[in-house]
Design a protein around this ligand. Structure first.
Ligand SMILES: *Cc1c(COP(=O)(O)O)cnc(C)c1O
Length: 458
């Protein structure tokens, strides 16, 4: 192809080291995966499960390649971690450079610029125009733990409130904050106390306006906890593991106003919904919500472990020196990767890409919903879209959850080279959490596989 044949708009399109297509060449899982699985079963705890036990050798863009040479279109992105694409060039280069320069010092002993740069970028891109500060840690759950610590220190209060259907992690405190006991908490108690579960906004099932849903949440908090004992209210702007519930308009800003009036720190858990995934840097922006503190993790460093608590300087500075930190928190390589992620979002126009993906997915799913009445609801924003499956024929009248349909669709898709993830309090939600590198033709291809799967449900 000569230069003149390359259309200007594709001239700088990303170069992928793996062809962006699905390809199934063995049974799934294939023989080499089976072999690895046998080894794994001897030495890896059974407590660690794998949704699809194909062992991955390479990953690039929106494609996973397993040890048997099968290629999967990845609609999980490691649960929203490789948001800007697998092995994205800018992230790979930044991390490789940083590995040569310095791998670890411990920021609380001798600091380095990359940590400061990430805090600057978070201050710029999180919602709200006021002075902000950050602490960097390693995982989402650790960010939640630190958010709660910081809020307790600032308010001098004890109680923590969360919403129904929430998911916040697997540590002792966060297990107590999750809605679903199984599989996260079963048998692992006793749990942290002073955690209260308030009603959420779930328009498909409660039919409430944002104002009415917020009034119900506030009534619960005032009666059951009492505002004067409440340190913080922790909320996912779009609930992740719970099933991608998008709250009714007005719900989040009304809760924030109540928190502000009552001296309660309101914390946005943007661990799954943040970092460009929904077409905004942070999903709170869709709801005109300006939280006091924002938690980031998953997508922040392109696949390297990094997490952050970012928020109002006066709240963040209430902690005494030495109160916050940890050995690996804000590791230089992870920070260099995070800086590259922010640059990539800007220079590759990824917020618009997330919007494109949301429009393509929703349009395709709407067409399927016309034909299959197991699809009860389609919801989400940008590259965070889900369908909730119900018993056929019951539709809007009963909305009986249909987890069996979700398991069958996930299994069908895997056999045909598409990785879908389930979600939902009742396991009846199929979620689409692709990387922003997924093209419209890959989306179409995956929706054809889904169409065949829906047809085979009978
Ligand atoms: C994944 C997740 C967490 C926990 O993050 P880890 O890195 O797994 O500890 C917390 N909150 C939300 C909303 C999440 O999606």
């Amino acid at each position: 192809m000569t230069d003149t044949q390359i259309p200007a708009e594709t001239a700088s399109a990303p170069v992928y080291s793996v062809p962006q297509e699905r390809r199934i060449v063995t049974a799934v899982p294939g023989p080499k995966s089976e072999e690895l699985h046998a080894r794994r079963s001897k030495v890896v705890s059974s407590g660690v499960s794998s949704a699809l036990p194909v062992y991955i050798e390479r990953a690039n863009g929106a494609i996973l390649v397993d040890v048997d040479g099968n290629q999967f279109i990845d609609f999980g992105a490691g649960i929203g971690v490789t948001t800007i694409g697998h092995t994205e060039q800018r992230v790979v280069a930044a991390a490789a450079d940083q590995l040569q320069d310095v791998i670890h010092t411990l920021f609380t002993i001798t600091p380095y610029e990359e940590y400061v740069r990430v805090a600057e970028l978070l201050a710029t891109h999180t919602p709200g125009r006021f002075e902000k500060k950050s602490v960097l840690v390693n995982s989402g759950a650790e960010a939640v733990e630190n958010g709660v610590k910081i809020a307790r220190k600032f308010t001098g209060r004890r109680a923590v409130a969360v919403l129904d259907h929430a998911y916040h992690g697997r540590t002792n405190l966060t297990m107590a904050m999750n809605y679903k006991a199984h599989p996260y908490a079963t048998g692992y108690g006793p749990f942290a106390g002073d955690v209260y579960h308030a009603p959420s906004s779930y328009p498909y099932r409660d039919g409430l306006s944002g104002q009415d849903a917020a009034a119900r949440t506030i009534a619960y908090l005032e009666k059951v906890v009492g505002a004067s004992d409440l340190a913080c209210l922790v909320v996912e702007p779009i609930q992740g593991e719970g099933g991608f519930m998008v709250p009714a308009d007005g719900f989040l800003p009304t809760l924030q106003s109540w928190c502000t009036e009552n001296g309660v720190v309101m914390i946005a858990d943007e661990i799954q919904s943040g970092m460009a995934r929904t077409g905004r840097y942070f999903a709170s922006e869709h709801f005109e919500w300006v939280p006091d503190l924002v938690l980031s993790a998953k997508g922040i460093a392109g696949g390297l472990p990094l997490a952050a608590v970012t928020g109002r300087a006066e709240i963040m500075d209430a902690s005494h020196p030495g109160g916050l930190g940890g050995t690996f928190g804000g590791n230089p390589v992870a920070c260099a990767a995070a800086v590259a992620v922010f640059e990539s979002i800007e220079s590759n126009g990824l917020l618009a890409e997330a919007d494109r993906i949301g429009s393509s997915l929703k349009a395709g799913l709407e067409r399927l919903k016309q034909r299959y009445d197991v699809i009860g609801d389609i919801r989400g924003r940008g590259a965070m879209i889900a369908i909730e499956l119900v018993q056929p024929g019951t539709g809007d009248s009963t909305k009986v959850p249909n987890p069996d349909a979700v398991s069958r669709l996930v299994a069908h898709a895997a056999q045909h080279g598409v990785l879908f993830l389930s979600a939902g309090t009742w396991g009846n939600v199929l979620r689409f959490l692709p990387s922003l590198a997924v093209s419209d033709s890959l989306i179409d291809d995956a929706l054809h596989v889904l169409d065949d799967g829906l047809a085979s449900l009978g």
